[in-house]
Design a protein around this ligand. Sequence first.
Ligand code: HEM
Length: 223
Amino acid sequence: MTTQYEYWWSVGYRIDHWLRVAALVVLTFTGFYIHWPFLPGGTEGGFAVMGWMRFAHFVSAYILMLGLIVRIYLAFRSTFDADWRDFGLVRNLRNIPDILLYYLFLTDTHKEYRRYNPLQALTYWFWALLIIFMALTGLALYRGTVFGLIQAPDAFEWVNTVLGGRSYTRIWHFLGMWVFLITISIHVYMAASVGLIQRDHTFRSMFTGYKLKVGGKPEKAAE
Ligand code: HEM
């Protein structure tokens, strides 16, 4: 069995990944607080805490949106590996049965995929759309100017109209957070379990940049 390291994530991809994780952690915490001000003095007369929470929410919202823009840029322009070709919708949708049968333990192998298998690629599509959804619903709840140019919520009032009113927008924004939390939990579980099963350093690769290439696939050869 030969093993060698493979450089899998450039510094740019890793920084972008962890910045978005940090933004999501802050957004979730502060979002919970805005929904349910649990610290003493958080409601009446407690503007200081709520003010800071909202400020942190908006700052991290910008980081999340900027992170998505950077990720799309990297997909097309990264000198390390522009991975846009992994995200073709039709091909990924067509290959879902292949990877699903494998994940359900109904087959031992799946097709070779370049960087991301179809479920991964479609999850990343889904998150991109979810970020856009959270940004639109968030901006429809916001009162202020965005980049000193766009007046919110006026410019996003149509979102409130489509969703049936501001209170519904709030509920959708809140539900969006839960969709994030559930799908991210699955993502972390998958990354950890793939790393454990294949012993290819998948999990730690997002920190170090390197995966372990296990040569010869000895488990299969032994069957
Ligand atoms: C991406 C851009 C986002 C923007 C512009 C944004 C903006 C906002 C705004 C303006 C509010 C209302 C604040 C207030 O009433 O004072 C809010 C509430 C909230 N946000 Fe965000 N947000 C964004 C993303 C997120 C994300 C990613 C999460 C969670 C993963 C999140 C979770 C929440 C929660 C839980 C609330 C409280 C909703 C409620 O009152 O029930 N937000 N957000």
